[in-house]
Write a protein that binds this ligand. Sequence first.
Ligand code: SF4
Length: 633
Amino acid sequence: MKTPNPITGNILDVNLSEGLTEQIPTERYSEGVLGGIGVAVKALIDRVDAGVRPLDPENMITFNAGVLVGTSSPSACRTTIASMNVLTGGYGSASAAGYFAPELKYAGFDSIFVSGKASRPVFLFVSDGKAEILDASHLWGKTTWDTEDLIRQQFGDQSIQVLSIGPAGENLVPAANVMVCRNRSASRCGLGAIMGSKNLKAIAVRGSGIIQVAQPESFVRCCGQHSGHLASTNTAIMLRRYGTPASFPQWNEIGNLPGKNFQTNRLTEKGALNFTPEHLEEKVIQKNFGCFSCSIHCTQLNSIKSGKFKGTSGEKLECQAFWDFGAKLGVETIEAVVKGSTLCAELGLDMNNATGAISFAMECYQRGLITEQDTGGLKLEWGNEEVIVELLHQIAHVRGIGNLLKDGAVVAAKTIGNGSEKFAMHVKGQDLAEEFRGLVGWALGIMVSERGGAHTTGAPLAERYSVSPERSQELFGISTASDPMAYEGKAELVVYYQRFHSALEALGTCFFSSNWIGAEMLGPEDYVTLYNLAMGTNIGVDDLMTAGERIHTLQKLFNIKHRGFSREEDVPQDRMFEIPPNQTNTKIGLDRGKWSKLLDDYYALHDWDVKTGYPKPECLSRLGLEVHQSILN
Ligand code: SF4
């Protein structure tokens, strides 16, 4: 008899062109990659042929719940969405916390794969082992929030969990995201546009199944101990009170903000005074809450009580909203940051990509490369809050200058020309979200991310939180984790987090419960124990990290198969080797020679060729991925 475990064993495979749904076994794609994102990337590399473009019906988009999702394992709640990246043409994925993925498990599925294109707008309703493709004409044109409300009303069930796209996704805007459970965004990579290209407005799930584990008593005890510990950490206490914006002043202090499209790296004095956690608490935070099975509760409900944006109410304001609207666009009021973030959630817009395009346009306006004649009369001045709100609408609805900005800075620069290309900040074609000149490992993690930038696939926060050299050695095998400008040891640190993050995502666990966000949080050995108690296995930390390595290597192979990305795409743009003019940190700034050596070290650690950055045949055979050798030929 099969040992009880939390994997349902079922993938829902949907072909929207044919209007067909079928059930296939999860084990077809899970060997050696745990589950969740591992299953997704294995299926994508097998099923999406070279030459397929992201918005083609032949592309596939996958929605995945990791191995531990649905159990009481701390914060095992994330939904990972994986497909192609609309902006890079290579690998794309994003994940969101909340309640969708546990409900998918209770409905009897580990993943949903969707390919083809429906002939009219549809949504998918998945419930207790069954799936229906339903008419979504009444939802088309609605915001993500209205879509969620209308679906719940339609079924008279407030417990249905929904992920959906807004107008941006319907209009195939590459900056479109997928919103999960109202305010959790699966952003980056334009995954909302892929749903839009399939005429798929939403997926709704409801389940009454039970998730089993191999050793229930020990598992529940272990989960309880970890949850109690996590809740009591200083990291969790800060997150619970302020959310991730708690760290924002520190980013400003070290001079690591993407000010005015990366022209500066610090806020003005007024901005710095306004964007403190205490000010946030006083002005907008109403209450805090959490996701499924999480004791950290990092989410706040925000509401603007006065001024021109009065009445705006949203959840889950991230530190990134302050980078994107506060620093990148020169905004200096909390209210405008909340407004921008909330509007993006409703429109289904990825704020990183949308503000990337807007900040590029503002710099072009600043330099006279575009004028009010090009913008329909809008003054694209830094910090112009009303204009920013209007631009978000224009991008999502593809009107006015939104026609130019919807495809991101790189494509817009091709139209504007006149040397504007050097101000289009990007990684592999996707708009660059994060400043990184003040943190070497952070820079490396972002540049080599297979999904085209973004910091949640290997960029280490350990450079920003304080770890003694001894503790750094103990955790990561290097002594320099908290020395932001040290090059030594940073390739090792990034490789560690690439593998650990991939494994965490395959388990469906939020990174905020891991040592990514604070040294006192859970490490690989804790997750291995949880995995073994849940699965009835006896794997070790090395096995977990190797599974992470395998998942990461498959993402790399997907990029090579579809775009041929090599070493060249892992080097920052010229501006990122320049010193920002307002910096006060004399240690800041990247060095080309040292960067080249850092890449050599990074590729060598992966057993990849240092000239091309491609995996060597020995790497593939060590990981049991020889079958993909032809991608490299
Ligand atoms: S840490 Fe925050 S985002 Fe992560 S699961 Fe908990 S409440 Fe959700």
